[in-house]
Design a protein around this ligand. Structure first.
Ligand code: SF4
Ligand code: SF4
Length: 260
């Protein structure tokens, strides 16, 4: 499949899933707001700790749509590569140094010392050491929309668990599930991965070709489909020069299952 055809197939799907999500999300927020005793969302503009996390799970299709929108807005491939490829180099260098991609909770906490924000993050140091805002707020992936906290942002700074509205996060995961189902229908496989790494991979010729390659779907056997999906992430990260180590497959499978 070529870039334009993939865009024609995927964009209406992403927009439709997003429109339904927005309606449901707003209704759920309105419902919580109507109860004065209900806890309040503590996320504010300027709070950017979660944009420094080493796992910002998006589908490869979402990353592709983010890239297409950035290009349509006039961003050049050269400029995007100058942001994402150094990010990926530093990220993967951290992984090599520590013997694994930062997937487990402990590995993710260790990664925070890198203070490496998503390349789409716009830093505003006056808002605090990790302060800033999303540079693609209206086009950000689902996870960045539905991830929220009802507790102190300090917990996010330390990558510690915090409360959130379960109906909103469940509905967000459902939207992601729907997207993955649609991506499998279109491309034969779908994967969840770290958004900046997915974008960096798509900015390489090999990565884009890998994403656009349609494989025969194996939906009737769930474990085979999972292998196809994990395989796609491994191939995409491989396009950035990363060689997967023993045991990382299991950590990735565990990390993906915790997200879904
Ligand atoms: S999820 Fe946490 S880090 Fe992200 S905006 Fe909300 S409080 Fe801040
Ligand atoms: S896409 Fe935006 S909200 Fe999501 S991690 Fe990147 S900068 Fe943060």
């Amino acid at each position: 499949m070529n870039f334009v055809k993939a865009l024609e197939c995927l964009l209406p799907v992403v927009d439709a899933v997003h429109a339904r999500w927005v309606t449901d999300r707003d209704a759920m927020h309105a419902n919580h707001s109507a109860h004065p005793e209900a806890p309040r969302v503590t996320c504010t503009k300027g709070c950017g700790a979660c944009c420094h996390f080493p796992v910002i799970p998006a589908t490869a299709g979402e990353a592709f749509i983010v890239l297409a929108r950035l290009l349509a807005e006039g961003e050049s491939l050269e400029n995007l590569r100058s942001k994402f490829i150094p990010y990926a180099s530093r990220y993967l260098e951290h992984a090599r140094r520590n013997g694994s991609l930062p997937l487990t909770d402990e590995q993710q906490r260790l990664f925070l010392s890198e203070k490496l924000p998503c390349p789409l993050f716009v830093s505003t140091p006056e808002a605090g050491p990790l302060g800033g805002h999303c540079g693609i707020f209206n086009a950000r992936p689902f996870i960045c929309d539905f991830y929220h906290s009802l507790e102190s942002p300090e917990l996010c700074l330390l990558k510690r668990p915090h409360a959130s509205y379960s109906d909103i996060t469940e509905r967000g995961h459902e939207a992601l599930d729907t997207l993955r189902h649609e991506e499998r229908r279109i491309f034969g496989r779908s994967t969840l991965g770290h958004l900046p790494l997915l974008l960096a991979a798509l900015l390489t010729e090999d990565g884009m070709n890998t994403f656009l390659t349609v494989v025969k779907p194996s939906a009737e056997e769930e474990n085979i489909q999972d292998i196809e999906d994990f395989g796609l992430y491994m191939e995409l990260i491989g396009c950035l020069g990363y060689r997967w180590g023993e045991g990382e497959w299991d950590s990735l499978a565990k990390a993906q299952s915790e997200v879904l």
